[in-house]
Write a protein that binds this ligand. Structure first.
Ligand code: FES
Ligand code: FES
Length: 160
C-alpha cells in the first residue's frame, strides 16, 4: 500500500492505495464518486474523464498514486442541481445526451476544451472531444451544446 494525499472536488483525502489502483477505481470505490463512470477497458471511450490539476485526463489511464499531491475535479465537483455549470446547462438545453452514460466525461472534456479555446470552431470542437465516444447522439447536439456554452461563457466573461 502507498499513502496518497489528494484534493477531490474541493475536499482533502489521505488514503492508502495499492500501487496498481487506477484513479477511476479510487474515485468510485474508495471515495464513492460514482458520477465518474467506466465505459470500456481499452482507454478508448472517455467516459471516465476528470480534471487532474485542471487538465482533462482519462482517469482509467492514471494510477491513483500519480494523483498524489494533486487536485482532481470530477463531474460531481462541477455545478450543482440548483446552479448548473454553463456546459451542463447547455447539454441539457441542446439535448446533448440520450442515455447519459458518456455525459460526465463529455462535459469534463468540453470544459477543458473551452478553457483552452474559448471560441472553438465546429471542427475544433469535434477534434477537442474526439477522445470521448457517444453511441447515442450522433454528436450533433453535443457540438451544439459546446457552441452554446462557449457563447454563454464568453458572454459572462465579457460582463465580468
Ligand atoms: S473507461 Fe473508457 S476511456 Fe476510461
Ligand atoms: S448519450 Fe448515450 S453514450 Fe452518449
Amino acid at each position: 500500500m502507498t499513502s496518497i494525499n489528494v484534493r477531490v472536488d474541493g475536499a482533502s483525502y489521505s488514503d492508502d492505495v495499492e500501487p496498481r489502483t487506477l484513479l477511476v477505481h479510487y474515485l468510485r470505490e474508495q471515495l464513492g464518486k460514482v458520477g465518474t463512470v467506466v465505459g470500456c477497458d481499452t482507454s478508448n471511450c472517455g467516459a471516465c474523464t476528470v480534471h487532474l490539476d485542471g487538465n482533462a485526463v482519462k482517469s482509467c489511464t492514471v494510477f491513483a498514486v500519480q494523483a498524489d499531491g494533486s487536485e482532481v475535479t470530477t463531474i460531481e465537483g462541477v455545478g450543482s442541481a440548483d446552479a448548473l455549470h454553463p456546459v451542463q446547462k447547455a447539454f441539457h438545453e441542446m439535448h446533448g445526451l440520450q442515455c447519459g452514460f458518456c455525459t460526465p466525461g463529455m462535459i469534463m472534456a468540453s470544459i477543458d476544451l473551452l478553457q483552452e479555446n474559448p471560441s472553438p470552431s465546429e471542427t475544433e470542437i469535434r477534434e477537442g472531444i474526439e477522445g470521448n465516444l457517444c453511441r447515442c447522439t450522433g454528436y450533433q447536439n453535443i457540438v451544439r451544446a459546446v457552441q452554446q456554452a462557449a457563447g454563454e461563457l464568453s458572454g459572462s466573461a465579457g460582463q465580468a
